[in-house]
Ligand binder design. Structure first.
Ligand SMILES: NC(=O)c1ccc[n+]([C@@H]2O[C@H](COP(=O)([O-])OP(=O)(O)OC[C@H]3O[C@@H](n4cnc5c(N)ncnc54)[C@H](O)[C@@H]3O)[C@@H](O)[C@H]2O)c1
Length: 315
């Protein structure tokens, strides 16, 4: 496997390009808007030195990694000879269906066609295609060059070979694949994130805490552990006798509160004014882009730390 085609070069496409190029693949970037490809290349030029500073280029120079990324003038040119196509167009079913029709026609017959879709089921994107057995979703977390988890999701007709090739590619690119056995609305990560967000909006809407308190609870609380272990390992370590002991001691708390979490709060209702007021007091709207760059710098530092700690303390 040598060449990856990136179709759609916005937030996610440009980050995939870094991820694959860093792992040694040739990357062809394309977009329906030529200026988007140019902007992606400029972004990559800006980010690579920071990644090198944080030892996140696997010992390679920015120049070497950058040399593997090229802009392609069309989708046909991008997918020509590609072993894997990663689609990152806007999250609209009509756009994805039309695009995959084209990709199925243009790509090599043995190329895997993967969508970065956040929530559109792979069956909806691919049901009409002759080559639907080679379509799956590879859903990253933004930005994939800093966050390794990626959901590999099959449609009912996706072949086992497509799944194993997509999964192996993700591993080869340094990602951590979550291999779903069958598709499900929201996949895995958005279902978990959705559960947290639902509770966050409900707690603020019901007047128990301010938005910042919810953020403290995650940022300075639960997420400190969650940044290096998941909820199952967390509970296994949180009772003297491990997971069985945890369940015996604490399940009743969750059994009691879970029924009170079934009621939805409309995120666009009055609670949004509370959240917006709090957020804009902490971060003026014209500072959003600057803060996104800050977030990525913090993520780089966190990834560098996690790698170092895993080496020195152990996984
Ligand atoms: N942003 C995120 O946090 C995030 C995370 C995971 C997955 N995703 C998914 O990734 C995909 C892309 O999202 P994004 O945030 O990069 O959006 P974006 O708006 O930043 O980029 C989309 C790009 O696709 C291009 N495009 C539009 N139609 C096209 C076509 N027919 N062919 C080729 N290119 C086309 C646009 O010009 C644009 O550059 C979506 O499916 C989204 O749900 C986004």
């Amino acid at each position: 496997m040598n060449k990856i085609a990136i179709v759609g070069s916005g937030f996610i496409g440009r980050a995939w390009a870094i991820t694959f190029a860093r792992a040694g693949f040739e990357v062809a970037l394309c977009d329906s808007a030529a200026e988007a490809t140019e902007a992606a290349l400029a972004f990559i030029d800006d980010v690579l030195p920071f990644l090198a500073d944080n030892d996140l280029l696997n010992g390679q120079t920015p120049k070497v990694v950058r040399g593997r990324v090229k802009a392609a003038p069309s989708i046909a040119a991008a997918v020509d000879g590609a072993d894997h196509v990663q689609e990152n167009a806007p999250e609209r079913l009509d756009v994805k269906k039309a695009l995959f029709t084209e990709l199925d026609r243009l790509a090599r017959p043995d190329a895997v066609l993967a969508s970065s879709s956040s929530a559109i089921l792979p069956s909806l994107i691919s049901e009409h295609l002759a080559g639907r057995h080679r379509v799956c979703v590879c859903h990253p977390i933004n930005p994939p060059h800093l966050v390794p988890a990626v959901e590999v999701v099959p449609a009912p007709w996706t072949s086992p070979e497509t799944m194993s090739r997509a999964t192996e590619l993700m591993r080869a690119a340094g990602q951590k694949p979550i291999v779903m056995k069958r598709e499900l609305d929201g996949f895995v990560m958005n279902r978990m994130q959705g559960a947290v967000l639902e509770e966050a909006f409900r707690l603020v809407a019901d007047g128990y805490v301010d938005p910042e308190d919810v953020d403290i609870g995650l940022r300075d609380g639960l997420a400190l552990r969650w940044s290096f272990m998941g909820p199952f390992e967390t509970i296994d370590l949180n009772a003297p006798g491990g997971v069985v002991d945890y369940v015996a001691r604490y399940q009743q708390i969750y059994a009691r509160i879970t029924p009170t979490q079934a009621r939805r709060v409309d995120w666009a209702g009055p609670v949004l004014e509370v959240v917006l007021k709090d957020r804009r007091a902490r971060l003026p709207e014209d500072k959003l882009v600057e803060r996104q760059l800050w977030r990525d710098r913090r993520l780089m530092a966190l990834m560098a730390h996690k790698r170092k700690a895993a080496r020195e303390i152990g996984e």
